[in-house]
Design a protein around this ligand. Sequence first.
Ligand SMILES: [Zn+2]
Length: 253
Amino acid sequence: MGLKLKGILKLKYKLTVLTGLHIGGSKENIEIGGIDNIVIKIPVLIFENNEIKYNVPYIPGSSLKGKIRALLEYIEKPINNPGKPIAFVYDGNPCECGECNICKLFGPHKSKSLKDPIRLRFSDFYPTLDSINLWEEALDGLYTEIKTENIINRIKGTAEHPRHIERVIPFSEFQGTITFRIFENDKFELYQILEKGINLLNDDYLGGNGSRGYGKVKLELLFNYSEYKPIDNYPYSTKMIKNLDDIKSIFAN
Ligand SMILES: [Zn+2]
């Protein structure tokens, strides 16, 4: 390796839910009768009044990371076989070459082939206080809605086996961070691949049941809340990121 860490770019994002979002959780620790598919939840501390809200839906960083990576693997080309997108070279499994741009950003699927430091870290995304208030008001004190999905019997024309799926409602907002560790000689192109992955996500879906219209989201970078910490004089020369040019100027030419 021998690569020198140049600085840490903390990118703050807002994720807005546009259509019902279902990221599945485990049924074990929550008792809700009759729901087939619950969403993943966590307790959240509200700093404004030091109150803990229990069983609040959130978006695990691993869900975002996995989805953005999978979308990018359909368009990014591996180093050793530049003719095809990574997903086709590797049979649709995550790339594990350890040296392509995808592996640089997200890490090789199996860490034994790590040849280059992993650049990106995804935090969990938590709902804003406004969203929690919206849920409590709109959903009578609950945080989610239950959608009933029917399977239609094509011969009889009747609905069968209704399934009850828990969802986060539209207009909910979550916030979280993608941390970009920038090493010497990293080009702006590497950041642009992340940007491309986020655009692809915004044109696709997150979580389950995307083919039924679930999970349309809008993930957007929050300038002025994002910051860069150069390793020289770390952390005392932290710089606020105000626009894309600020990000561009951090990377090597
Ligand atoms: Zn790779």
